[in-house]
Design a protein. Sequence first.
Lengths: 377, 170
Amino acid sequence: MSGRRKIVAGRKLGDSRSIVTILATTFCAFAGMVSVTRQAPVPYALKYPANFGSRFTIPTDNPTTLEGVYLGRMLFYEKRLSANGKLSCESCHEQNRAFTDGRPVSMGVDGSFTPRSSMSLANLLWVRNFFWDGRSQSLEAQAAFPLTDPHEMGQTLAESVIKLQKTAPYPVIFQSAFGETGITEQNILKALAQFERTLISADAPYDRYLAGRYQPTEAELRGMQLFENGPDPKRGIRGANCGHCHGGPKMFKELFHNNGLDRAFADPGREKVTAQSMDKGRFRVPTLRNILLTAPYMHDGRFKTIEAVLDHYSEHIQQSETLSSFLQDVSNEEGGKNLSLAPQEKKDIIAFFGMLTDSTFVTNPAFSNPHSISKNR
Amino acid sequence: MQGIKKFSSKFFVCAALLSALVTHGYAQSTATLIVSGEVATPLELKAQDLASMKQISHKVKDRDGKEHEFKGVALIEILEKAGVTTGAKLRGENLAKYALITAADGYEVLYALAEIDPEFTDQMILLATEKDGQPLPSGEGPFRIIKPGDKKPARWIREVRSIKIAFAKN
C-alpha cells in the first residue's frame, strides 16, 4: 500500500511539475516577447586612440546607445526637420567634405544666408564650446540652433515632433532609443547629439604617423617641422608656429582668437557671448583635421583656397586692439613684422596638411545617409 | 521757451544715460575675474577690488628673456577671501583639490591647492595686475598669474578670466 501510494503521489507530483513547467515556459515566452519590444538600448562603445585623451563629458541623461545613434543618423539626414522639407543637417554638413558644404556661407529655408561658414563636424566629442563664437556648451543644446533658426532649417521643434509622429518608422525607432517617452523635442536633440559624438576622425596619415605606422614624405616632414616650430631667426630656426593654437593629436585646442583678418570687425564674434570688449573679433580656433576638404576658410568663408590662408598668416595680419598676441611680432626675419614664409615653405605646410585628411572618416558607411539606401532600391 | 529748453536738455541727459547703460550692458569694458566652485563665497573681482588688497611683487625673467617686476595680489589672498579650504583646513580630502585657471581665449592651467598655500611652499603665486609700474597691456592683462618657481612659464597664464576650485574626481 505504502508503495502504491508512493507511486500515486509520485504521479501527482509529476503532473504538478509538468503544469509548473508549462506555466514557466509560457511565462518565459511571454516575458521574452515583451523584452523584444522593450529591450533596454545597447551601449555604444566610443573608440578613439589613447593620445586623444578622455577629457569629455557625456550627459548622464543621454548615454550613447546603438539605437540612439542610429536614430540620430536618421534625423541628421531627415529633410522633414526643415520648414520647406528640402533641407537636412547634411545640406550644410556633407560627409565627403568632412561635414562642411563647400560654400562661404550657407543658404537657409528662407533663401537668406547664414552669417557664418558651416563648421566641420569631427571629434565633437571633445569640444566644449560649440559654434564660431562658442555660445553653446553641449551638443544637445547646440542642435536646437540650426534646426529652429528662421535663416537655417526654420522649423520649431514642436512642429518637427508632429511631422515625425505622422511617419511610419520614427515612432518605433524613438521608442527603441528612448522607451516610453518616444518622440519629443528633447529626444530629437538627444539623438542628434548621440550621432554627432560618434563622428570620430582618427585614421588620417598623421594619426598613423603618431602610432608609428606611416612614413611621411620629405615635404610632409619639412611641413610638420614648420607647423610645430615658432620662428627664431637669431637661432636660425624657421617656423610658422601653427601648432601653438592648432596642435596636438586631435589638431584642435579649445581656443578663441582674433587672427588678424580685419582692423574693424563687422561680426563681433565671441564678444557677443561674453559681453567683454576684450573678445571683439575673437572666433573659435577650428580643427585642422581634414582641412584640405573644408574650403572655403575662416568664419565668413572669405578665403577660397588654403594658399590664401597661408598668405594671410604669412603677410597680411591686420593689427587691432584684440589681435592675438601669438600673431604679433612673430617673424622669420630678424626684427620683421610679418611671418614671411618662403613660397616653398608654404607648399611644405600644405603637404603636411595632406596628412590630416582622414579618408576613412569621410567614407565611413556608419556616418552616411541611411535614407539614400532605401531610395536606391 | 526756457521751459522747453530745460525739458529738452533733461531729456537728452536721460537719453545719454540710458544709452550709456545699454552700451555698458552690451560691451563690458572693465574685465572681471570670477572665483567659483568649492568656495564659501563666490567672487567677482575687478581691478579696483584687487588694488585695495595687500600688494606684493616679484622680479622674474619672462618669455622675452628680460627681467620684469610684476606687482599684484598673492593668489592665496584671493582664495582666502573666497573661503577656500586653505591653511589649517588644507588636509585630508582637501589635498585633492585644485584651482583650474582659465584665460579669455580658453587656455587653461591647473595648480593643486597645496602649490598655492604658503604653509606648503615658499613660492608665492602672484595674480599680477602691473608690469614695471604699468598696468598689464592688452593681450596679457588685466590679470596674469606669475609663479617664480616654474622654469617654463607655460602656467603664467595671461588674460585670466576665472578661477575654479574643484575636487579631482576619477
